[in-house]
Design a protein around this ligand. Sequence first.
Ligand code: ADP
Length: 555
Amino acid sequence: MNKTIFRSVLLACCIVMVFSLAVTLFFLNSYFINVEFENLRAQAELTARAIDEVGLSYFDTYDSSVYRITWVDSDGSVIYDTAADESTMENHLDRSEIVTALTAGHGQARRLSDTLSLETLYSAVRISDGSVVRLSVTQASVLRITLGMIPYMLIVLALALVLCMFISKRISARVINPLNNLDLDNPLENDTYEELSPLLVRIDNQNRQIAGQIDTIRTRQKEFDAITNNMREGMIILNSSDLVVSMNTSAMKLFGGSSSNIGRNILTLERSPQFTKAMEEVKQKGRSEYFFERNGFVNRLIANQIQDDNSHVLGTCILIVDETEKVLSEGMRKEFSANVSHELKTPLHSILASSELLMNNLVKEADKMQFISRIHNEAEHLVTLIEDIIRLSQLDETKEFPREEVSFQEVAGSVVEALEQNARERSVTIEKDVDNLRISGVQRLVYEIIYNLCDNAIRYNREGGHVRISVHRNADTVELKVADDGIGIPSEHLARIFERFYRVDTSHSRSTGGTGLGLSIVKHAAMVLGGQVEVDSREGLGTTFTVSFPADLLC
Ligand code: ADP
């Protein structure tokens, strides 16, 4: 800017300077020519008067070193010339000054020599006999004078140029320095020349507008970050050049990235062939989707191209959804269906086989009761199994159970009542140490929890064993414990006993009427009520199941 102003001022100075010089030269020349013509005319008139009086004898004493005199007759022939032989001179009627003098009494003219370096001024005066006396003087032409002045002019120009440069520098500094020192953050506080005021007011207005817009953008960015960073799904937004514009916390965790990946190409974050292929596919088809496994989780990646209303590509949005639960439950569902078919087939085959033998009279009379009782037991087992399956599917399907006030003492009492006979048959004693506590729960589910745990404690017990049901309140929880001193569970099985149809000893379970679903029902029911189950067992010594409910549920 400084340079531009300096150059502009310098150029303007130079143009003005050269123009002034040319105009001055022109007017000076015109002025001096006029002066010269006036002198020449005065001299011509004096000379004409003398010649008019004395005739040719005037030339006898005339010194022709200054002016040349030509006496021309009215027909244009030269009567006398101080510089040439008149007999050799041509007719002068074609000379403009002569023609004008003949008609008007005086004429003047100015003519350049062939080389343009000299010019001759003519002044002609008519005398009484009608002839014309002409005086002329030859001098250097304007061009010659100008050329002769060039060295001086150059010196003047050089001096003027230096002066111009100095002035230009001062002017540009005076204009630029206040601009360079402007405080653009507080434009109205600047003390500078008044021409800048409208500009400073506009900058101040724009500053306010920009600050407002930045605030809005920041607020929106914060809202966007708050939303995306609390999403369980990973989200990455790319611009049209595949540079990362935004990436939420879940996506960073999944791909091991950080905020330093923002602004860099997406392939610096993830380079797997599957991902690279998806990025190419999204460019060709506008969408790409695939499943991948990482850190034990199954994820679905969905990449969608973002376009504006005119179908111009703005970028890509990548969503990564955790599908582990879905995939696992799909697998579990398949496994459960296969197990159910198997569990149902076994008693049915036994029933079919026994009934066929009976129908074909292939069983001895003495053994018939045994076969009928087997059919009965298997049918009973089938009913229990189907009831357990129904209970589990109800737990799976029902999202919300209506809550009611549940008394542990009442539920534990009815369980003991229902299992007393079984316990007696196995010589197992049931003890109760249940506090009078009530929770907001589901009576049927609490019953199923205590029933299944007690039923197991009796079935996996030994002759003369004990089962103890206790319910007490702790600081934050209500703890329901069912402890036995039965056969216990080998430690390697502990992690899996809550799985559907998992049994430590299948034949023992089946022979005692187990379905392999009891603990799954307990775990699920406890979860629905907001509780959780833990097991502590020593092989040969006994087992304790603890179900903890949050104390908030207490009524
Ligand atoms: P089941 O109908 O076979 O009893 P459960 O789901 O109730 O099925 O229990 C799963 C397995 O856990 C049982 O087969 C058994 O081996 C073991 N188990 C459960 N409770 C006890 C217990 N109190 N003592 C020893 N083993 C137990």
